[in-house]
Design a protein around this ligand. Structure first.
Ligand code: ATP
Length: 340
């Protein structure tokens, strides 16, 4: 990256909390139930319990970036709200930066940054930079520290063009860059991002992802990201925690997810003329034949593509060849469909 140094955590966020050496986030048997009333006749109402989070166990190390994903209603937002002290758990243990979020909400606010799409940290009628100035007082950030982080965000998130614009006049992408700056100005050790790229155009998404990837790669801020955008996951999340019906159904790398759901790399071979007999190469299975035999799609069973491509080249008539990586949309759709 360029001359600007990246916004780094404050001394408060770096300082050993009540549980020094503990993970940045730990949850054990975390639960949240809501009681909802439903109509059961013209006057009568009955109460039902919705288990939004039904026993989540999770440990997130300092400096890790995790994608917290799952279908609609899986319990992601409820979990994030508990982690940020907005909602009290119904049961289980939860620590964020060593603190129990609800009783220690004030201390926690100094150590975490939050970007929730629906809630803004910015003052709607003020020019953007005024919000940043006010946030310095809200979090009592020393002036030099604030100036250093603000200068870094201004440069890295390219805020200059709308620095003086009232927040209500900002585009969605500009406002999101402002929100991320606002969440980083006090130097949090943990950053919670709920759907940060939703509604952004392709260029804005890419710029934001690059910034977050760089922030994550530095390893001094723990990032928890919820998203329905699978490109966010591929670009940003070495570790994926997939939840459904309030439970963790996968915790591991994207590659482990592909392994578990049998996603395969594919070789697509375009031919000048159809083969009389399809080639047999160990670990490569013909998945389908298209275009009257002018295209053959092979699925690779964990073997490199080189052997198959070499064999196709030997056979002759190979016009073009492409190696396709497993499709994350496909694997995640399969995972969501299979979970309880
Ligand atoms: N305040 C509430 N009162 C009652 N039920 C709630 C409340 N908040 C959430 N729920 C329910 O809890 C479950 C989990 O909701 P949550 O918003 O956490 O899911 P989510 O994974 O964030 O979904 P989405 O991807 O759609 O944002 C859903 O069934 C939802 O209807």
């Amino acid at each position: 990256m360029n001359a600007a140094s990246f916004p780094s955590p404050s001394a408060t966020a770096r300082a050993a909390g009540p549980a020094a050496g503990a993970p940045a986030i730990s949850a054990a048997g975390l639960r949240k139930e809501f009681t909802v009333k439903r109509r059961a006749g013209r006057v009568r109402r009955t109460s039902h319990t919705v288990a939004a989070v039904a026993g989540v166990d999770l440990a997130v190390g300092h400096g890790e970036t995790i994608g917290y994903i799952g279908p609609n209603g899986a319990g992601k937002s409820t979990t994030l709200k508990m982690m940020t002290g907005v909602l009290a758990p119904s049961g289980g243990e939860l620590r964020v930066c060593g603190l129990e979020p609800v009783p220690r909400r004030k201390q926690l606010a100094r150590r975490v940054g939050v970007v929730f799409g629906q809630r803004s940290q910015l003052w709607w009628d003020l020019p953007l930079h005024e919000s940043f100035r006010l946030l310095r007082y809200v979090y009592a950030v020393p002036e030099a520290e604030h100036a250093r982080r603000l200068a870094a965000c201004r440069e890295l998130l390219d805020l200059g063009a709308f620095w003086d614009t009232p927040v209500r006049q900002l585009s969605l992408g500009q406002r999101m860059r402002g929100e991320i700056t606002a969440a980083l100005l006090h130097g949090p050790g943990v950053l919670f991002l709920d759907e940060p790229t939703i509604g952004l155009d392709v260029v804005s998404k890419q710029a934001l992802r690059s910034f977050l990837a760089e922030l994550g790669a530095r390893g001094d801020v723990t990032i928890v990201l919820t998203t329905h955008d699978l490109a966010d996951i591929e670009r940003l999340c070495p570790r994926l925690v997939v939840v459904d019906h309030g439970r963790v159904v996968h915790d591991g790398t994207l590659a482990a997810l592909h392994d578990r759901y049998g996603s395969r790399r594919r070789v697509v071979a375009d031919l000048d003329r159809p083969y009389d007999e399809l080639p047999h190469v160990p670990g490569a299975k013909v998945e389908r034949v298209e275009d009257d035999g002018h295209r053959v799609v092979f699925a690779l069973d964990g073997v490199p593509a080189g052997g198959l491509i070499g064999r196709l080249a030997q056979l002759g008539g190979l016009r073009d060849v492409a190696v396709q990586e497993p499709d994350i949309e496909e694997v995640v759709a399969r995972l969501y469909a299979q979970s309880p």
